[in-house]
Design a protein around this ligand. Structure first.
Ligand SMILES: O=C(O)c1cc(C(=O)O)c2c(n1)C(=O)C(=O)c1cc(C(=O)O)[nH]c1-2
Length: 251
């Protein structure tokens, strides 16, 4: 068993997990950002990721419900507001739907989840269950992938704007707010785990929680790759792009 790490050593171990396992390394993202996906494949990505977006506030509500400290709840509740907004039509989920609108996907179809790949559903549900079942420390640690998200978001927005004429700054606006929200959230969560993981066992549990979360993100891209890139075996009933993938062409 590894001995007790200093807070700095723990942070270094966590950053190392990201370097090796974060979903920026996945071949599907390399294709997405490099402009090598067609319109239908980008639609499939946005449609599946909608479920992740929609469930993030459900996940954070579960985390919040387990916090017995009002000060902690006051900080964490901002995450739910960021995604749900204060009013209908505001917040991250609404902005994600602007992206699926911009890609010509019917809102009713997207939000019905009918076209979702089963692996997307299972991965996202696993994240929600994880934060309910594990310790609060592990639940908070599992959000730490956000330490690595500003890099991938900058790469994604620049790459997609350059390479696809069917997306615009406006349809990708979801990511603008994430560039400030993610570092704020990640700094808080990182400070929390560095302060509260006080035994070797707790520190290992924190590292495993981050590895688990990398798995949640990675497996969603595995499923997209299998269904829509190679060997293109989408689950029966899952979203199928139309035959023609001319950029800008609507389904
Ligand atoms: O675009 C991305 O690559 C990316 C990654 C992550 C992440 O690393 O978990 C999140 C998001 N985006 C995101 O938009 C988001 O709201 C979010 C919330 C969380 C979380 O675990 O609480 N991760 C992420």
């Amino acid at each position: 068993m590894t001995g007790l790490l200093s807070p700095q050593e723990l942070e270094a171990r966590l950053r190392d997990v990201g370097t090796r396992r974060y979903h920026s390394l996945h071949p599907f993202h390399r294709l997405l950002h490099g402009g090598r996906l067609d319109f239908g494949q980008v639609q499939a990505w946005a449609l599946n990721r909608y479920y992740y977006q929609a469930m993030i506030p459900v996940k954070d509500s579960s985390v919040l419900a387990r916090m017995e400290d009002a000060e902690l709840r006051r900080v964490w509740r901002q995450r739910i507001i960021d995604h749900d907004g204060d009013h209908a039509g505001e917040g991250g989920i609404a902005r994600w739907l602007k992206l699926t609108d911009g890609l010509g996907l019917d809102r009713g179809y997207v939000t019905s989840l009918v076209g979702l790949l089963p692996a997307t559903r299972f991965a996202v549900e696993a994240y929600v269950h994880f934060v309910r079942e594990k310790s609060l420390l592990e639940a908070i640690a599992s959000s730490l992938t956000e330490m690595f998200s500003p890099g991938i978001i900058e790469e994604r927005v620049a790459g997609m704007l350059k390479n696809y004429d069917f997306v615009s700054r406006e349809t990708l606006a979801y990511f603008d707010n994430r560039l400030t929200q993610a570092p704020r959230d990640a700094d808080f969560a990182l400070d929390y785990v560095k302060t509260h993981a006080r035994t070797p066992e707790q520190q290992q549990a924190v590292i495993r929680a981050l590895e688990f979360k990398c798995d949640v993100l990675w497996v969603q891209l595995d499923a997209l790759y299998f269904a829509y890139v190679d060997p293109k075996m989408a689950y029966p009933g899952a979203f199928l792009p139309t035959e023609s993938h001319a950029p800008g062409e609507r389904r």
